[in-house]
Design a protein around this ligand. Structure first.
Ligand code: KG4
Ligand code: ZN
Length: 342
């Protein structure tokens, strides 16, 4: 094995995807295996934490073996192991953290702790390694909605977040009321394709004086509309309601981005996180970037939702800086961006 090469094994178990990936020299994805638990959690309408932990434990070794096999390397070829240490479900995180610690100890290679949200940002650098910085990054996932100024590794600032529900969470909860299956985001997007986005006036989710968001009022407005129609026995066009909701989410998300872009000082615009898989949002962000004449980056669909390649990408940056974690590493369910100093 060529010692000039670095192979980072990424490991991700923060929610309902068990994923292992091998990243060569920080940029070439040799494998990115994702074992999804979605069909199991769908039975319950959402992620059941206890089941998630148990499923991670059942498949984690198999997923790692598959990632190594597809990359055509063995454990002995690895340079370091990067694992999601937070945020996420504590029991789920612990499976990845414990597995990574055991492997790092046995193989005598560095252990690297990764913030899952940083992973979402770094998915962009797998696609666009030369994206000019500083970049304004909108991260929208199931658990978080953050507008971030990203100037480089360890150099980021959260400009605004959600005060209550995350954008993905709002998609999931509204979808559930509309009778769609978990995860709601993709199902709602599909339903909205045949709907009129102007059919229902809905409240904005942006609080743009301080670049914050609040999705709970919007979510409740949709749920109330639906319930009232049902009580009165009125027919409601679900595609119209889905399209109207999606349109307001996208418009609200963009409003704060626009406020921040207008301040100037950014060299690019990024979109990240599971909700970045939404085509209407991708297109709207791309158009906004064009309006401001900025390069735009959004990960490929498979790199938007949870995966280990994005964790390995952060791992590589930390590997180069020699930022290694100790074997006393814990799981940090409420970890925020920029807080992680391990
Ligand atoms: O980043 P992610 O995979 O997991 C977390 O870290 O939370 O994001 C999952 C979220 C879910 O709420 C899901 O409904 C949403 O991303 N999502 C979407 C789409 N695909 C996934 N939301 C809207 N449109 C989509 N196409
Ligand atoms: Zn995520």
């Amino acid at each position: 094995m060529d010692k000039e090469k670095s192979y980072i094994l990424g490991l991700e178990t923060s929610c309902d995807e068990t994923s292992a990936a091998v990243l060569l020299n920080g940029k070439e994805i040799k494998s990115n295996i994702i074992s999804s638990q979605i069909p199991i959690h769908r039975l319950y309408g959402g992620v059941v934490p206890e089941i998630a932990s148990r499923k991670h434990l059942e498949v984690v070794n198999e997923v790692i073996d598959e990632a190594l096999a597809e990359a055509q390397i063995t454990l002995q070829d690895l340079s370091a192991i990067a694992v999601t240490a937070g945020p996420g479900l504590v029991g789920a995180l612990l499976i990845g953290v414990s597995t990574a610690k055991a492997l790092a100890y046995a193989l005598k290679i560095p252990l690297i702790a990764v913030n899952h949200m940083a992973g979402h940002i770094y998915a962009n650098f797998l696609e666009t390694p030369d994206l000019p910085l500083p970049s304004l990054c909108l991260i929208v996932s199931g658990g978080h909605t953050d507008l971030v100024a990203f100037a480089g590794h360890n150099d980021l600032k959260i400009l605004g977040s959600t005060r209550d529900d995350a954008a993905g969470e709002a998609f999931d909860k509204v979808a559930r009321v509309l009778g769609l299956s978990y995860p709601g985001g993709p199902a709602l997007e599909k339903l909205a394709q045949n709907g009129n986005p102007k059919a229902f006036p809905l409240p904005s989710a942006s609080i743009n004086e301080n670049t914050e968001y609040s999705f709970s009022g919007l979510k409740t407005a949709v749920i109330n509309l639906h319930h009232k129609a049902k009580q009165k026995g009125e027919e409601i066009n679900l595609a119209d309601l889905a399209a109207s909701f999606q349109q307001v989410v996208v418009k609200s998300l963009l409003e704060n981005v626009r406020v921040e872009l207008a301040k100037g000082g950014y060299s690019s615009l990024m979109l990240a996180g599971g909700v970045a898989a939404n085509k209407v949002l991708r297109q709207a962000m791309e158009e906004l970037a064009q309006e401001y004449n900025l390069p735009f980056s959004v990960p490929a669909m498979i790199l938007c939702t949870d995966n280990a390649a994005m964790i390995a990408a952060v791992g590589y940056a930390k590997y180069q800086q020699g930022k290694f974690a100790g074997l006393d590493l814990n799981a940090y369910p409420a970890l925020r961006l920029g807080q992680d100093d391990f």
